[in-house]
Design a protein around this ligand. Structure first.
Ligand code: WTA
Length: 654
């Protein structure tokens, strides 16, 4: 058991669901929730089968519910046939064709509204473009785009023809893009000239060109959306403007019916090793998770304007921008840019302007906006908001209370949702019309989700306030299916302990006396920087790829706004700079990591030493480095250190 399992947080405030909210909620009150839980507990498969029949539109109904024969490759609804884009678009046309599907606002202030009928046409047209480029069911398509509606069009178009998309976050750079394209073996890349972010243009096409120049041999064509109108290089053999490609193309495209288990997408995420893993999701099970949680946790109603601020490059942007809202026929808000451009009230201004009713963001954004003071949000009319949410990292009670008081005006429940790229949708979260909330707790597992906290031997920890490993005891429909091309890694990472009985989340958690879950953090070498999931090993590999770096160890240190900041300990080839300081090299290394992985992985601090602290068996003492990085006194036993003298160097004393 690792050291971060000691529980330190104590929080006693409880906020019951507001009466007005309960009245109109899909699950209003304890009785309704208990009835649902009872169904799930007494007949687990029957419960999920009923959900799948009620919430999804099937081309061929399933008869098989859960198939565990190839465990841990669990299959759900496997003899059914379905199409995800049909579920997100076609099935709404008769009743909601003229309803706004997407409200878009660009960072420069341009806005667009797209109805379900229009979105359906654009998706069909673009699906035909994909077909013209030779893309068929099972082919991989990489999408590297800004937060614009066309990113959703591209994803939905892939789903329509059974192509597997892999969205790469626009903040990733050359190496990250190249690795993902190559691992997925993608035939097509969809990108844009650039996107607006933070008052600048993110030059996506230029980065893509660099990635394609050094590898990515599987890419045959590149489709380029014109968004920011910056000058780009254009290879007429390979590149096609989006607006040219769709000219004269039919807006009719029959959905390709796929098996429930057909992969809808891959999404690469960081783990404990240097290489990101391609998390593979299914079609039907995944969408079921998106729809049920839109109903249960976001309590989505027809008149809601739903805004999840996550980029489509992350799982949150997949489930709660591109799929969940559309599958439930909701109106989804999409904003391209940064929260503070051109002013610190941009998020609140958007809420006011577009009458947002449900707002979902990351604790890091809440903390950053809280720092700017109450006057800014107080200038805007936030009276339409009725529900708030957070995701991605633990939220500190102070930020929770600010969100509750200043944004929610003590009227809106807050849903703190725990889940992961791997889980596909929310797993532990309050059902806002039934579950009382506590600042800093994601509360209770959802119906049909068997979460537990276990000790080293895999036994459930029943005593309150005792930390342990967060696990899931039963397979669930929206779980990951495998790691793309790496079966072994799937088994080892997620099912490798406790005799393969549980899914291991990689987080530590504790429960309080009411059974509420409190997430304590990762137990592996994954850090969360501004809510972005990064592997310390990935950053280390990038650093070591620099000609002057011999060795590197990266850890997270607490940061008021970002949650965690990146601290790199570096051993150089040749002599250590005098006093451990070399500002020019530090600048160069930070830039280097930015180019290799992306600005989100740029180390905040770099410290040079002659060696890294290692045990006699050669393992880097990360725990020690974490203490040093956070400026805490060293309490660890350092007697096993090969070279105790470097402690002063690591602490920046010499
Ligand atoms: C962390 C994001 C505390 C956790 C959807 C998890 C959270 C990792 C919460 C997954 C939360 C996510 N409270 N921690 N509400 N939500 N996490 O794959 O450590 O980017 O394992 O998915 O984020 O990050 P990922």
């Amino acid at each position: 058991m690792t050291d971060n399992i000691d529980s330190i947080l104590h929080e006693d405030r409880v906020f019951p669901p507001p009466a007005g909210f309960v009245k109109t909620a899909h699950i209003g009150g304890q009785a309704a929730l208990q009835a649902l839980r009872k169904q799930a507990d007494t007949d687990y498969e029957g419960f999920w089968a009923a959900q799948a029949r009620a919430h999804l539109t099937w081309h061929k109904p399933f008869t098989q519910v859960l198939d565990s024969r190839k465990a841990p490759h669990y299959q759900w609804f496997s003899d059914g046939l379905i199409n995800i884009s049909h579920n997100c678009l076609d099935r709404h046309l008769a009743t909601r064709g003229d309803k706004t599907a997407i409200i878009f606002e660009g960072e420069p202030g341009d806005t667009r509204r797209i109805t379900y009928a229009e979105l359906h046409r654009e998706v069909c047209r673009f699906a035909n473009v994909l077909k013209k480029m030779g893309i068929a069911k099972g082919d991989r398509v990489v999408i590297y785009m800004p937060m614009v509606p066309e990113a959703v069009v591209a994803m939905q178009a892939c789903a329509r023809i059974g192509a597997i998309h892999s969205v790469v976050f626009g903040g990733f750079s050359v190496e990250s893009l190249k690795d993902r394209i190559e691992d997925a073996g993608a035939r097509l890349l969809i990108t844009a000239d650039g996107g607006h972010r933070g008052g600048k243009i993110v030059e996506l096409k230029a980065t893509a060109d660099k990635a394609l120049a050094v590898g990515c041999k599987s890419i045959e064509n590149v489709i380029v959306l014109e968004r920011s109108k910056n000058t780009i290089a254009f290879n007429t053999q390979r590149d096609h403007w989006w607006h040219d490609a769709i000219k004269g193309v039919s807006e009719h495209c029959a959905p390709v019916w796929v098996e429930s288990e057909h992969p809808l997408f891959l999404l690469y995420t960081s783990g404990s090793t240097g290489k990101p893993k391609g998390i593979q999701h299914s079609s039907a099970g995944y969408l079921l998770g998106a729809v049920t949680t839109m109903q249960w946790v976001f309590d989505i109603h027809d008149q809601d304007i739903f805004w999840c601020t996550a980029d489509v490059g992350w799982i949150t942007g997949h489930t709660y921008v591109a799929y969940g809202p559309l599958a439930t026929g909701a109106t989804v808000m999409m904003y391209e840019g940064a929260p503070v451009i051109p002013h610190g009230g941009r998020f609140w201004e958007i809420c006011q302007k577009h009458a947002v009713t449900i707002f979902y963001t990351a604790p890091t954004a809440i903390r950053a906006l809280m720092k700017l003071g109450d006057e800014i949000p107080n200038k805007f009319d936030l009276s339409k908001l009725r529900l708030l949410g957070t995701v991605g990292e633990p939220i500190n009670p102070e930020a929770w209370m600010w969100y509750h008081r200043v944004i929610g005006k003590e009227r809106c429940p807050i849903v703190d949702t725990w889940w992961q790229t791997e889980t596909g949708a929310h797993m532990i979260a309050p059902i806002p019309g039934a579950v009382a909330t506590k600042p800093g707790s994601c509360t209770l597992p959802l119906p049909g989700i068997a979460m537990d906290v276990v000790d080293n031997s895999g036994n459930s920890i029943t005593e309150p306030e005792q930390g342990g490993f967060l696990v899931t005891r039963k397979p669930w429909p929206h779980m990951l299916r495998t790691v793309w091309g790496d079966e072994e890694r799937y088994r080892k990472t997620y099912w490798g302990e406790f005799g393969g009985k549980y899914y291991i989340a990689g987080d530590s958690a504790r429960r309080d006396k009411d059974g509420y879950f409190w997430i304590m953090g990762r137990i592996d070498d994954v850090i969360k920087v501004s809510g972005h999931r990064l592997g310390t090993m990935e950053i280390e590999s990038a650093l070591v790829a620099h000609p002057r770096v011999a060795e590197a160890a990266v850890v997270g240190r607490p940061d008021d706004i970002k949650g965690e900041a990146i601290f790199a300990f570096v051993v150089l080839r040749g002599v250590r700079p005098k006093g451990g300081v070399d500002a020019a090299l530090t600048k160069e290394l930070r830039q280097w990591v930015t180019e290799q992985i992306g600005p989100i992985a740029r180390p905040d601090d770099i410290r040079y030493s002659d060696n890294l602290p290692k045990t006699r068996s050669g393992k880097i003492m990360r725990r020690l480095l974490r203490s040093i990085a956070s400026g805490q006194p060293i309490t660890q036993d350092t007697s096993t250190l090969e070279n105790e003298a470097i402690l002063d160097q690591l602490q920046g004393k010499v």
